[in-house]
Design a protein around this ligand. Structure first.
Ligand code: COA
Ligand code: ZN
Length: 309
């Protein structure tokens, strides 16, 4: 123990990031990318999603990816699962955790999952019934908690109502997702505080997107009310293809850089992840939004400009 407050960082670039890329990333490149992440200090890595290959063609190689990655002891390998078929596939790959997904917004749930919320809940409840009692952990990611790009504000009662229904199924954790960067710090403080008070038994993860530049501020707000577990995406990749206007997650290296300066223990090797992030433009064929990759850590010094004589 080093006396610093521990925060848990969960890398989602290989799922939230890669799902949104137009250019197909070669399966072996994905495997190599995840293998490199595995040695960088993450608590959890979301490696892929077991979704319909028609809905998310970018991750149609999920089975191969999960079978071929080298798993680092101590790292939890999780995968996104939208339905019973996805859960079957995930269990066949012996994942550590299934990350079940549905939306708090009816409109987004229909757009993203082609089901009503009740259909999603019923199917996910069956999955929980089948998985609970095995070695596989169960997390539930709730989308559009802080606002939906089609419906607008989402009532907090809807969020807590759904959390309560999953809590009653005895799931291990819940992730509150800001799918399109609509969350703002005071809202996050209020929702996160209530979530922690009402459901102390659940492992709570916060999942922010930086669509409107508020992801780091939202993270600090969540920390101020006791949250300690955050999804983040290397390079700042990310976005849901079925949520209009979605863009990248909070950028892992920007997040880790800030939190370590503030004295938190993220467990992450910043130099190592910057090296990996530097490979992303080559993998995806375009630049990434990361700030620290461009600017360097804050004590990256530059020679003084030469003064004209
Ligand atoms: N994995 C692989 N194939 C799947 C699947 C899964 N998890 N779920 C369904 N399929 C296949 C079915 O077997 C069927 O195949 P067929 O046409 O060869 O018979 C086909 O997809 C249609 O199945 P259906 O149950 O009618 O699904 P759908 O087309 O209504 O799609 C979802 C529903 C949930 C599977 C799809 O919308 C989805 O995968 N969404 C994920 C979106 C996402 O990941 N968004 C970003 C993250 S939030
Ligand atoms: Zn996301």
């Amino acid at each position: 123990m080093n006396g610093r407050k521990k925060l848990y960082i969960q890398e989602v670039a290989a799922r939230d990031g890669f799902q949104n890329e137009k250019q197909f990333i070669d399966t072996h490149d994905k495997i190599e990318f995840i293998n490199r992440l595995s040695g960088s200090g993450y608590a959890k890595i979301e490696a892929t999603s077991f979704t319909s290959p028609k809905a998310i063609p970018a991750l149609k190689d999920a089975d191969m990816v999960m079978h071929e990655i080298r798993r680092q002891p101590g790292v939890i390998y999780t995968v996104l699962v939208p339905n019973a078929r996805g859960a079957e596939r995930a269990l066949a790959c012996n994942v550590d955790e299934v990350n079940l997904v549905m939306s708090v917004s009816e409109t987004h749930n229909r757009a993203n999952l082609r089901m009503t919320r009740e259909q999603s809940y019923a199917q996910l409840a069956d999955v929980v019934g089948a998985v609970r009692g095995t070695d596989t952990a169960i997390n539930v990611s709730l989308s559009t908690v802080f606002g939906c790009p089609m419906e607008g504000d989402i009532a907090a009662t809807e969020v807590f109502g759904l959390m309560d229904r999953f809590a009653q199924l005895d799931v291990d954790g819940i992730t509150l997702c800001d799918t399109t960067g609509m969350a703002y710090p005071s809202q996050v403080e209020e929702i996160a505080r209530q979530a922690k008070t009402r459901f102390p038994q659940l492992e709570l993860t916060m999942h922010f997107h930086n669509t409107r530049g508020m992801a780091l501020a939202n993270t600090l707000s969540a920390i101020s009310v006791g949250c300690d577990r955050f999804d983040a995406s290397l390079g700042g990749l990310g976005g849901c293809p079925y949520a209009p206007g979605a863009s990248g997650n909070v950028c892992t290296e920007d997040l880790v850089h800030m939190l370590e300066l503030m004295g938190y223990d993220t467990g992450i090797d910043l130099d190592a992840i910057l090296d990996i992030s530097g490979t992303l433009p080559g993998l995806i064929g375009h630049d990434v939004p990361s700030q620290i990759l461009k600017a360097g850590p804050r004590l990256t010094l530059h020679p003084a400009p030469v003064q004209p004589a």
